[in-house]
Design a protein around this ligand. Structure first.
Ligand SMILES: C[S@@+](CC[C@H](N)C(=O)[O-])C[C@H]1O[C@@H](n2cnc3c(N)ncnc32)[C@H](O)[C@@H]1O
Length: 235
C-alpha cells in the first residue's frame, strides 16, 4: 500500500526544467537518435528513455539507483507500449552496464552543490552532488570512455557551477571533448538555496546564480561530449 502511494506520488520522479531541456535537445536531434543504441543514466521517471524509443532508437537501457524509480519507469514504458526494446537495470552507474557501448547517452545526474537537499519531497539521491556538485558527475565522466561507441555522443545537463573547464580537463586524457549545445536557466527554490554550498554561492552569485527580489535562478548548459578524433574512432 505504501509502495503504491509512493508510485502514485507523481512528484517523486516528476520531470524538472533540466529534464525538459534535455528532452528538447533529444527532439531536435532525431537523426542522431534513430537506430541508436541508447543509454539513459539515472532514468528517474523514464520519460527520457521512453522519448528515445518513441523516436526510433534501436534499443534503450535505463540505469537507475532507486528501485521505486525503476518501477515508475517500467510503468511508463508499458503505458506507452515501448517496453519491447527497453531494458531497465537497478544499479549504480557504470557497474550496471557491463562492457556495453552506446551510440547515444543522455543523463541528468544529481549535481546540485550540496551534501543533502531536503524539503523537496524527492529521494535523497535525486539532486545532491556534494559540496561542488561534481560527486556523481565525475564518476559518470570517468567511465564514459569505456561505454561511448566510436562516433557516439553523450548529452548531459551541466549546472554552471560544475565549471565546464573542469569537465573538459577530466575528459582530455580520455580522448573526449565537450561543447555547450545551449544554455538555459531554472528557478532556484528556497529549500535549495538553504542547502547550497556557501563557497559556490559566493563564487557564482551574479555569474550563473541570479537573484531578483525574493526570486532566485541558476543557469545550466546542455553539453555534448564526443570523441576528439571522430574519424579515427569510426575506422
Ligand atoms: C536529477 S534526477 C533525474 C531523473 C531523470 N533522468 C529526469 O531527468 O527526470 C537524477 C536521477 O539519477 C539517479 N541516480 C543518482 N545516482 C545514481 C547512480 N549512482 N546510478 C544510477 N542512478 C543514479 C537518481 O535516483 C535520480 O533518479
Amino acid at each position: 500500500m505504501m509502495l503504491q502511494n509512493c508510485l502514485n506520488d507523481t512528484h517523486l520522479f516528476s520531470p524538472s526544467e533540466y529534464t525538459a531541456a534535455l528532452l528538447l535537445y533529444i527532439r531536435k536531434h532525431a537523426v542522431r537518435v534513430r537506430s541508436s543504441r541508447a543509454l539513459d543514466m539515472g532514468t528517474g521517471s523514464g520519460v527520457m528513455m521512453a522519448t528515445l524509443l518513441a523516436m526510433g532508437a534501436q534499443s534503450a537501457l535505463g540505469v537507475e539507483l532507486e528501485a521505486l524509480a525503476v518501477q515508475a519507469a517500467q510503468k511508463l514504458l508499458i503505458q506507452e507500449g515501448l517496453q519491447a526494446k527497453a531494458s531497465l537495470v537497478q544499479g549504480d552507474m557504470w557497474a550496471a552496464c557491463g562492457d556495453e557501448r552506446f551510440d547515444f547517452v543522455v543523463t541528468n545526474l544529481p549535481q546540485f552543490a550540496a551534501n543533502h537537499v531536503e524539503g523537496d519531497g524527492r529521494l535523497p539521491s535525486w539532486s545532491a552532488g556534494g559540496t561542488d556538485g561534481r560527486r556523481t558527475v565525475d564518476v559518470f565522466l570517468n567511465g564514459l570512455g569505456q561505454h561511448l561507441a566510436p562516433g557516439g555522443l553523450a548529452v548531459m545537463t551541466h549546472n554552471v557551477f560544475l565549471d565546464v573547464n573542469k569537465t573538459q580537463s577530466m575528459l582530455d586524457p580520455l580522448g573526449l571533448q565537450t561543447r555547450v549545445a545551449f544554455c538555459a536557466s531554472a528557478p532556484l527554490p528556497a529549500h535549495k538555496i538553504a542547502c547550497l554550498s556557501q563557497q559556490v554561492l559566493a563564487r557564482f552569485m551574479g555569474q550563473g546564480i541570479h537573484k531578483m527580489g525574493g526570486y532566485w535562478f541558476v543557469d545550466f548548459d546542455i553539453i555534448e561530449i564526443s570523441w576528439k578524433q571522430q574519424e579515427d574512432r569510426k575506422a
